[in-house]
Design a protein around this ligand. Structure first.
Ligand code: ATP
Length: 357
């Protein structure tokens, strides 16, 4: 496999502000990469740097083996798809599609043929004579993507392309984009703040915070083995529970601190007695059992049901949320037992937040 995108030691400063900190990334051709992280983490800056819309301060950036640091955007052979679609309002769909080819000197008939071919793959054939204002949000997004596809770029760069669409259409479009990617085998870099989008669409997820890559890897590897507390809390929905604890005298269990109450929980590993840890427990890895039958008992606070799932939150500080797919008869004020498999615990150093092996 050849590397399509390579970043080595990339830093970006806006004046004194350090927006990208020592970014290293190696993306193989044909990979769908998601850049994900909270607002302001630097994901758009990274994408815009790939597009050439921002100039990196130090480090090296290569696309298809070619150094790109000083190459202007239009010579990079990458196509960007924006959240705002950036369509030309006074042009029809067909004109929007053929425009980029026409300005590159492609003959009219040839450009129209290319537009028709792309429109057939993106389901726009019947809309070619319409203007952007006569299209739905999803259709406009498809025009924006078609306009990128028609150029056969070396990489597609998506900047939160679905954030203007309603929830149902977003779910539909994310499948469409992924299917399109599979058909075209193009390298795609996709910026989103939505971890579910990142998890479901990407082959490779890059989690960023404050200009730093916190972790990158295959989606389920990030879910199964988050490198630190931040990634653990960011990946997964509903979010992981975090309970402070101290490793017990024998090193084989942990005493969880629920404020007014404490609970002892067995560990699958041996740790230094007295070590301060943060115990991560995913809501889907806890089973509700009768009081006295689980690892420990806990009082029930709020119970919410969406129909398909029931969320049971403990009346403790911090709260521990359990999600169950079967409908139970648990209600606020009950005392329940919690069954927890020690192998499914995530243990983080209380000081650094880093995962403990
Ligand atoms: P969002 O999800 O809100 O779009 P993001 O992760 O894409 O966030 P960026 O737009 O990459 O974040 O911005 C990263 C940081 O760099 C932010 O703190 C932002 O304020 C800062 N920043 C971005 N552009 C500039 C600029 N032109 N001048 C100064 N600071 C900037």
């Amino acid at each position: 496999m050849t590397l399509q995108i390579e970043l080595n030691g990339v830093n970006k400063y806006y004046g004194a502000f350090h927006a990208l900190k020592d970014i290293n990334l190696a993306i193989e051709e044909g990979t769908f990469v998601a850049l994900v992280g909270p607002s302001g983490c630097g994901k758009s800056t990274l994408l815009r740097s790939l597009a050439g819309l921002e100039k990196i301060s130090t480090g090296q950036m290569k696309i298809a083996g070619q150094r790109m640091n000083d190459v202007p955007p239009r010579k990079r052979d990458v196509a960007m798809v924006f959240q705002s679609y950036a369509l030309y309002p006074h042009m029809t769909v067909e004109e929007n599609l053929t425009y980029s080819l026409r300005i590159r000197g492609v003959k009219k008939a040839e450009a129209r043929k290319a537009a028709q071919e792309v429109a057939a793959t993106t389901g726009l054939s019947h809309l070619m004579k319409r203007y952007p204002r006569e299209l739905s949000g999803g259709q406009r997004q498809r025009v924006a993507m078609s306009r990128a596809i028609i150029r056969h770029p070396k990489a597609f760069l998506f900047d939160e392309p679905l954030s203007n669409l309603d929830a149902a259409l977003r779910v539909h479009m994310r499948k469409e984009i992924r299917a399109l990617h599979d058909r075209l085998h193009a390298t795609s870099v996709y910026v989103t703040h939505d971890q579910i989008e990142a998890m479901t669409m990407a082959d490779h997820v890059v989690v960023m915070r404050d200009g730093v890559i916190e972790q990158q890897g295959r989606p389920l590897d990030l879910y199964d083995r988050p490198a630190n507390r931040f990634v653990a809390g960011f990946i997964g929905s509903p979010a992981m529970n975090f309970i402070p604890g101290i490793v017990g005298e024998g090193g084989a269990d942990v005493i969880l601190d629920f404020g007014r109450t404490r609970a002892r929980l067995a560990l699958a590993v041996r740790l230094a007695p007295g070590l301060g840890v943060t115990v991560g427990i995913r809501p889907e890895h806890v089973r509700i059992v009768a009081a006295g039958q689980g690892a420990f008992d806990i009082p029930v606070g709020v119970v919410e049901s969406t129909g398909s799932a029931t969320y049971v939150a403990s009346a403790t500080q911090p709260e521990l949320t359990v999600v169950e797919t079967r409908r139970g008869d648990v209600k606020s004020g009950d005392v329940i037992g919690l069954a927890i498999d020690p192998k499914q615990l995530h243990l983080f150093d209380a000081e650094t937040g880093n995962r403990i092996e």
